[in-house]
Design a protein around this ligand. Structure first.
Ligand SMILES: Cc1ncc(COP(=O)(O)O)c(C=O)c1O
Length: 400
């Protein structure tokens, strides 16, 4: 064989895919699996939006629905996105939005458009695992700003000021965060925006969970630094269509145009059916907001049930109550005390107890004592059952 482009060595199997493989094997052995590993919503989009889409599909042949769409997406879907962003106080023009094939395609298009070999990219650690291989592929020099559980995973002002300089090409910030659930404070958002303007770097803000906020509110950094911010979004989480692959990016026209061309070169256009559903969802104001409120209430209830179970059954476990998103990032260092790392623990939990989690090492080199637990995929009693199984395993291994 003649070999491969060495840069593609940066692409490794996604951690959650690896977990899926072990899970399938455990299912074959008859284990009942409790899924705390994925950020997959468990509530479908509202029935009104699904019915409207069904009507479109059953209507006489509407050729448009089965055709390629513009690489930017249908103009009617873009308009629905613009109205949606206006609802949250962000004013955008048409050329400032491009639809993508899921959040992942927005991530890839953005990193490929902004970062080249040797560029310095500042990231907050821990960070969503999707970014590490892309930065590696782009040849970025990654500069890490560590955040800690003691500060609620909020980046410290001094550390940000120290790391962000005229050398910086881009800063990546995920808010609400995966894995920590941190919602960036308004003050920090402002500080980052001011630094971006002063030092002239890009802010890549990942807003995948922007509407899933339970306490506080999401700050739209774009409004503070519109010429320096590219915001990445997905419809995988709200309204919950991860398999339908639809997301969007917004920001300055020149940057958005690069991302649009990236979508064109990779998938040609975002999927038509997903665009149609999202359009129905976003245009029906009343249904959209009542659905979102119901989802937020339900996920907050599940989050609280999981945290309560941890408090009760895992003495020594520490976490920051997630203000948004789908996960709690649990520090088990006081339980594990260096005797077992989180990768080994996650594997044992899945193989022996049927509890699927994600080890912290996928998000940070310092993640050896953390597990990421999703609270959205299972009802409260199953979340409790999962923690009880974790307790049983830790006891059996003499760790608790
Ligand atoms: C923070 C963050 N950004 C982007 C993505 C990717 O979104 P999508 O699943 O739509 O590709 C995810 C998915 O979990 C995520 O958690």
């Amino acid at each position: 064989m003649r070999g491969f482009n060495p840069k593609t060595g940066a692409f490794r199997e996604s951690p959650t895919r690896r977990i899926d493989r072990i899970r399938e094997e455990a299912v074959k052995r008859g284990l009942d699996i409790i899924m705390l590993s994925t950020g997959q919503p468990s509530i479908p989009p509202p029935i009104e939006a699904r019915e409207a889409l069904a009507r479109d599909l059953l209507a006489p042949y509407d050729r448009k629905l089965y055709s390629y769409t513009p690489s930017r997406g249908y103009s009617s879907t873009i308009e629905a996105v613009i109205l949606e962003m206006r609802r949250w106080g962000v004013e955008l023009e048409r050329d400032q939005v491009t639809l993508t094939a899921g959040g992942q395609s927005a991530l890839f298009g953005t990193i490929m458009s902004l970062v080249s070999e040797g560029n310095e990219v500042v990231v907050l650690d821990p960070m969503y695992f999707g970014y590490w291989p892309l930065l590696d592929y782009a040849g970025a020099r990654v500069r890490i700003v560590e955040t800690s559980i003691d500060e609620g995973f909020q980046p410290e002002e001094e550390r940000l000021k120290e790391a962000l300089s005229s050398e910086t090409r881009a800063l990546i910030i995920v808010t609400p965060d995966n894995p920590t659930g941190r919602v960036i404070s308004r003050e920090t958002a402002r500080l980052i925006a001011d630094l971006a303007v002063e030092k002239d770097f890009w802010i890549i803000v990942d807003e995948a969970y922007r509407t899933l906020v339970y306490e506080g509110e999401h700050t739209y950094i774009y409004n503070y630094a519109p010429e320096h911010t590219i915001a990445l979004n997905t419809f995988s989480k709200d309204p919950g269509i991860p398999g339908w692959r639809l997301g969007f990016a917004y920001g300055p026209k020149s940057a958005v145009e690069r991302i649009r061309l990236f979508v064109q070169e990779t998938v040609y256009c975002p999927p038509s059916v997903a665009q149609r559903l999202v359009e129905h969802y976003l245009r029906d104001d009343e249904t959209r907001m009542s659905h979102l409120n119901m989802v937020r209430r339900e996920y907050a209830r599940r989050r609280d049930a999981l945290l309560e179970a941890i408090d009760e059954m895992l003495p020594g476990a520490r976490y920051v109550k997630p203000g948004g998103g789908m996960f709690v990032y649990v520090d088990l260092s006081r339980i594990l005390r260096g005797r077992l790392d989180s990768e080994a623990l996650a594997e044992m939990l899945l193989r022996e107890k049927g509890v699927a989690t994600v080890p912290g090492t996928y998000f940070s080199r310092r993640g050896g004592e953390f597990l990421r637990l999703s609270f959205v995929g299972e009802p409260p009693e199953r979340l409790r059952e999962a923690v009880s199984r974790m307790r049983a395993l830790l006891k059996e291994k003499g760790l608790l």
